[in-house]
Design a protein around this ligand. Structure first.
Ligand code: FES
Length: 626
């Protein structure tokens, strides 16, 4: 028998095979992984190779439709349909080999991570059944999927809905279909079977389900591109502004309504994102939702009522997954919905997402993460250990309980400087709407820092009425400083900050700083050991870092170590959506984080009281300010 040698370019891999062997088998023998979508039936045209020289038998005219003219000229043939007749030199184009997917995804604001989605599509050309081959449709499909790199058939669960249309779709598409397979807890799910080749369209959505706002990012999971983003209000606001009032609403029989409103808020954002991207929501196969513990309960329709009364018990903390239609999300019916795990009632999925966004789970250096709002959360640690705590900061940093405070909306003063000689403020407003209406959190932080520098206030926040200046006056309620004269404003009133406002702000910042000190002490560290301070949330985005240190809101670290991570919840959700390995680690991460109950920690009150100064009673903690 003749044993011709087959040489494959570009690597000059050689094999000797018996005459009559198919080129495809020869390629396999040479260790090349060819992209055999139809399993060697001559139906997909994916096993294209070029014969440089030598002797093969191949019916070129029969497969003419797979080749362009230039390809014909180069000696195109289908490896599965060509047999070796003598020594031959074959060129294998890169496109005919199975590509190790090495796509790197750019997560906005973070480092690149590998694309490794939990949902994949497999295009298959199945051989039709016959009296000699009576394999059932599902087995036939799953074996085909396995042959092109899919999971073993016995690990794949097939929902009833798919089985009901499977026989028709296989036959109507002449056995050329695309199967969508998702990695789910405990195995895989056959989410969909579609006619022909739909491998270019696999989408996923990351959702930040906030108490006030819902943000959606729509991704292509084929190439790791963001297609569009959208946001809108959380419609649960109609049932209560804050978390507590929504839990109370739910306890009075409103749980189903809150669940519905959460789903609708997400659906609306998904719809606008899908319209903007020009895609069909039916092709969104995964949705990753990051929300705090109460929001997650409400979204899933799980009673959060036992969390707000002693002994404060949530129903679940682990990561959950469910099918879209069970929670009313308007995507494909078998779309997997995942919610982030939580550490406690207060360190919820949004904070876990923040942690993911900081990258602190991979670093040896110590990071301090602070999410500032009416409630704050703080996490200290690195890849080996993490401590967390949370508390009420009060509304002052979001503009509440401050006479002219307002949320960070257009017309809010967001940054301020004060000339120490003339005490004249210069300010900017959000969206540069010239005439201000009030002051938002970042503006208030600036204001307190600048007033302290200009010696208008002392370290307790008291306004020095001895200074003879038209902007400093007694005020109706308390001593006050005029930030903007009424002619400059939109509201026809002087915008002032009062001594009471300043004291409210000091209490807010003291709660946060006291919490940071509690975490540092518990870890046996000082501010000097912190490699990075990451500020999350809308507030962190606009805050002046130096001023935040000047008033003692955050520990005194070199400015370049303070980083605003923006909306960490959506960043974390994006990461968990595109990389299934990171997602898998989340439950373990949540369990690893130690929660420190500040109310049960007697030293927290001392730390809080010591922080009720600008910046602190112990100035050695703030060398910069000293
Ligand atoms: Fe499909 Fe060769 S493997 S045509």
């Amino acid at each position: 028998d003749l044993m011709p040698t087959v040489t494959f370019l570009p690597g000059y891999r050689k094999v000797t095979v018996p005459e009559g062997t198919s080129l495809l088998d020869a390629a396999r023998a040479a260790g090349l992984a060819m992209n055999v979508v139809c399993g060697g039936q001559g139906k997909c045209g994916k096993c294209l190779v070029f014969i440089k020289s030598g002797n093969v038998s191949f019916e070129r005219e029969k497969f003419r439709k797979f080749f362009s003219d230039p390809e014909i000229a180069r000696g195109a043939c289908l490896a599965c349909q060509a047999t070796v007749l003598g020594d031959v030199l074959v060129d294998v184009p890169e496109g005919s080999l199975i590509q190790e997917q090495k796509i790197l995804v750019e997560i906005p604001g973070r480092e690149e991570i590998p694309l490794n989605p939990a949902v994949r599509k497999y295009e298959v050309y199945l051989s039709p059944p016959s009296l000699d081959d009576t394999t059932p449709d599902l087995t036939r499909l799953l074996e085909g999927v396995e042959a092109v790199g899919g999971p073993p058939p016995n690990r794949v669960y097939a929902p009833l809905g798919v089985l009901r249309y499977l026989p028709q779709v296989l036959r109507r598409s002449d056995w050329h279909v695309t199967a969508t397979v998702a990695l789910v807890p405990g195995g895989y799910r056959l989410s969909s079977v579609d006619k022909g080749d739909t491998t270019g369209r696999v989408y996923g959505a990351a959702v930040d389900l906030g108490t006030t706002t819902v943000v959606v990012y729509l991704w292509s999971l084929v190439d790791g591109q963001i297609l569009s983003t959208a946001s809108n209000y959380n419609r649960q606001i109609s049932c209560g502004e804050d978390i507590l009032s929504r839990v109370n609403f739910s306890r009075k029989g409103g749980l189903a309504r809150l669940q519905h409103l959460a789903a609708e808020s997400i659906n609306e954002a998904l719809k606008s994102a899908a319209d903007a991207a020009g895609i069909d929501l039916e092709e969104v196969f995964e949705v990753m939702v990051a929300g705090n513990t109460v929001m997650t309960h409400l979204f899933l329709g799980i009673d959060p009522g036992y969390m707000i009364a002693e002994p404060y018990i949530p129903v679940v903390q682990r990561m959950l997954s469910t099918a879209a239609r069970r929670v009313g999300i308007a995507t494909h019916e078998n779309t997997g919905i995942y919610t982030f795990p939580a550490v406690s009632n207060f360190i919820g999925g949004d904070v876990i997402a923040d942690i993911l966004a900081t990258g602190m789970t991979e670093r040896e250096e110590v990071t301090l993460l602070i999410d500032i709002g009416t409630n704050f959360e703080a996490v200290l640690g690195n890849r080996d250990w993490m401590l967390s705590c949370s508390g009420a900061a009060g509304p002052a940093l979001e503009g509440g309980e401050v006479l002219f405070g307002m949320r960070a909306n257009p017309g809010a003063i967001e940054s301020i400087q004060i000339d120490p000689a003339t005490l004249t403020p210069t300010y900017t407003t959000i969206n540069s709407i010239a005439a201000p209406r009030g002051i938002c959190g970042s503006g208030l932080v600036d204001l307190v820092a600048e007033l302290l520098r200009a010696c208008v206030i002392d370290r307790t926040g008291g306004i020095n009425l001895e200074i003879d200046h038209p902007r400093i006056r007694k005020g109706r309620y308390a001593p006050e400083f005029v930030v903007a004269w009424k002619e400059e404003t939109q509201i026809g009133k002087d915008i002032v900050i009062t001594e009471n406002d300043i004291k409210n702000l000091i209490m807010s910042k003291a709660a946060i700083h006291g919490a940071c000190m509690t975490l540092l002490d518990a870890a046996g560290l000082t501010a000097r050991d912190i490699e990075r301070v990451c500020l999350s949330g809308a507030f962190g985005n606009y805050i002046n870092k130096e001023n935040a240190i000047t008033i003692g809101l955050i520990p005194d670290v070199p400015l370049e170590r303070v980083e605003n991570i923006g909306n960490g919840a959506i960043t974390g959700a994006n990461i968990a959506l595109v990389n299934r390995k990171r997602r898998k680690e989340l439950d373990g991460l949540a369990r690893k984080i130690t929660y420190i109950e500040l109310n049960a920690d007697p030293s927290f009150m001392d730390r809080y009281t010591s922080s009720c100064f600008l910046p602190h009673t112990d100035l050695s903690l703030f060398p910069r300010v000293q």
